[in-house]
Design a protein around this ligand. Sequence first.
Ligand code: UDP
Length: 253
Amino acid sequence: MARRKKVYEGKAKILYEGPEPGTLVQYFKDDATAFNAEKRDVIDGKGVLNNRLSEFFMTGLNAIGVPTHFIRRINMREQLIRSVEIIPLEVVVRNFAAGSISKRLGIDEGTPLPRPIVEFYYKDDDLGDPLVTEEHVIAFGWASQQDMDDMVALALRVNDFISGVMMGVGIRLIDFKIEIGRIWDNDFQRLIVADEISPDSCRLWDIKTGERLDKDVFRRDLGNLADAYTEVARRLGVLPMNAAPITKPTLIN
Ligand code: UDP
């Protein structure tokens, strides 16, 4: 039997060669990691939920004219995407303080920020993805000045879209991370949203209760991660209200 070619395996996803040139198949694993993979576990059903949630956000972005790599979902765990040249930066947008900015600058988690703050982290696991400035990005050639302007514009559009969608279902978008890729349309280069948008890469707090509905549930041992992601999917209508849980029932003895 022919075996498809694995192009890349990361912490939460695998990329396989796609059916046509310029495409890849993105497979969502159930693996959860945090703190640069020092904490790890397998969360039953997480990959299925993130495949659906990333599809939901990327489809919405495509529909409002924000280009993404998403083409179509193939099955429960896989989606067809455009192959891109990933810019080696994590682009983080923050609306409220939480996580590393709270620690670094001593701001209480949940404090509203005066305006959305866009940050860049250099993607390098050995260095622990350090925060970098535009000066570093341009001096080291990771992206050009034009790319930086385009990335900020893209990230802010993604922020407005996801903030609005989540607000509609009673969830506050605290912050998120995206990755951006380069594609070539004939002689023209374009930047598009790549990787994934899911509760693995966002902070999502219930507006009324402040309950965490994102990967902090795993990072901080706050409960069952798949239940939190299922709640996000249900509210967004990605899973029907009465759908059976994707996770296996816990056996009670
Ligand atoms: N984030 C991510 N991958 C990373 C680092 C951060 O998806 O490797 C997301 C994280 O889930 C949060 C946002 O980016 O939504 C900001 O993360 P922060 O800098 O506060 O880092 P953390 O506290 O997660 O270490």
